[in-house]
Write a protein that binds this ligand. Structure first.
Ligand code: PAF
Length: 296
C-alpha cells in the first residue's frame, strides 16, 4: 500500500496594501469565487483560527487581515504594547487554511490622518463604550475601511466581542455595505476562560482566578432563567452578587456586569430568549470581557 504523507497546507499570499489586496480579490472574482474576510489585530489564538475554519464553509477564498488599529485604543490603553507576532500569525493562518493575509500599513487605513470618522451610534455608548469612550467609533471606522477595501461576500466576528458584533452589524446596515456578517461562538479554555489575545497579560496566579468570570456568568445566566429570579429587582440583585463574586475572586475592578437584551443592549427587566449577561472586569494587567445567553 502506498501511503502518501499529508499534503502541507499552502502558504497564503500576502497583500501589503489595498491595491495588492484588490488584485487578488479581482482574480478570484473573475473565476467566479466568493470571498470571506476575517478581520483581526493579530496575536492569533485558537478563537481566531476557529473563525477562519468557520468562514471556509461560507466562501471559496478566505482573507485574514492583521492590523492593530490605533483608533480603537483609548489614551493610556495598551496600543503600544498590544502583542504583535506576524511571523507566528502567518504560520497559524497557513495551518487554518487562509488564502491571503492582508497586512495594511497605517497610511493605507488612514490616508487622511488617524481619526474615527464613523460613529458606532448608541450601541457604542453602553457597556464597553461607557468605560472605553470612542472605542466602538474606532472599531466601526476601521472595519468599514476593511470591508470597503476587500468587498467580501461575508465577514465573521466572534461572539466574545458581542457588542462589537452588534456595532458592526449596525454599521454595515446604515452604510448599506453589501456584506453578510456572521457570528462565531466563543471558544473557551477547559476551565471556562474565553480565549483572548489579552489573556497573555495574566500572571499564573491571576490566570487561575480569571476562571471566576465565566463561572460567575454561567451561574447567573442559569439562575436568571428560573421563574423565581425573572423580574427586574431579581436581575439587579444577581448583577450585584456577580460583581461582588468577581471582586472576592481577585478582580480589582468590575466595569459592568449587566443583564441586557442581545439585540439593542437595553437593560433587561425580565429574562427572555434574547437576554444575555455581559461583564468586563480587570484582573492583574488584563481587562477581560465575557458574555453568555440566559438559559431560560
Ligand atoms: O476584534 C478585533 O480584533 C478588532 O476589534 C477588529 C474587529 C479586528 C477591528 O480592529
Amino acid at each position: 500500500m502506498n501511503i502518501q504523507p499529508p499534503k502541507p497546507a499552502a502558504t497564503p499570499a500576502i497583500a501589503r496594501d489595498a491595491v495588492e489586496l484588490q488584485a487578488h480579490v479581482a482574480t478570484w472574482r473573475s473565476a467566479g469565487q466568493s470571498i470571506g474576510l476575517v478581520p483581526t489585530m493579530g496575536a492569533l489564538h485558537d478563537g481566531h483560527l476557529s473563525l477562519i475554519r468557520a468562514i471556509k464553509g461560507e466562501a471559496d477564498r478566505v482573507v485574514v487581515s492583521i492590523f492593530v488599529n490605533p483608533t480603537q485604543f483609548g489614551p493610556g490603553e495598551d496600543f503600544k504594547t498590544y502583542p504583535r507576532d506576524t511571523e507566528a500569525d502567518l504560520g497559524k493562518i497557513t495551518a487554518a487554511g487562509g488564502d491571503l493575509v492582508y497586512l495594511p500599513g497605517l497610511g493605507d487605513m488612514y490616508p487622511d490622518g488617524v481619526t474615527s470618522d464613523i460613529s458606532a451610534g448608541p450601541l457604542g455608548d453602553v457597556m464597553c463604550g461607557a468605560s472605553r469612550p470612542g472605542h466602538f467609533d474606532g472599531v466601526a471606522s476601521v472595519v468599514a475601511r476593511l470591508l470597503r477595501q476587500c468587498l467580501p461576500d461575508v465577514a465573521i466576528f466572534g461572539e466574545k466581542d458581542y457588542q462589537q458584533l452588534l456595532v458592526i452589524r449596525h454599521m454595515t446596515a446604515t452604510l448599506n455595505l453589501p456584506v453578510r456578517i456572521i457570528a462565531a461562538p466563543i471558544l473557551r479554555q477547559p476551565d471556562g476562560l474565553a480565549l483572548s489575545s489579552r489573556n497573555r497579560y495574566l500572571s499564573a496566579e491571576d490566570r487561575v482566578s480569571a476562571a471566576a468570570l465565566s463561572a460567575t456568568l454561567r451561574d447567573l445566566a442559569a439562575r436568571a432563567g428560573t421563574p423565581a429570579s425573572n423580574d427586574g429587582a431579581s436581575l439587579r440583585a444577581l448583577e450585584a452578587e456577580g460583581r461582588q463574586r468577581l471582586l472576592d475572586a481577585g478582580f480589582t475592578r468590575v466595569d459592568y456586569l449587566d443583564f441586557r437584551d442581545g439585540n439593542r443592549l437595553e437593560r433587561a427587566e425580565q429574562a427572555s430568549g434574547d437576554t444575555r449577561v455581559f461583564a468586563a472586569a480587570v484582573i492583574g494587567g488584563a481587562r477581560l470581557i465575557d458574555n453568555m445567553a440566559v438559559t431560560a
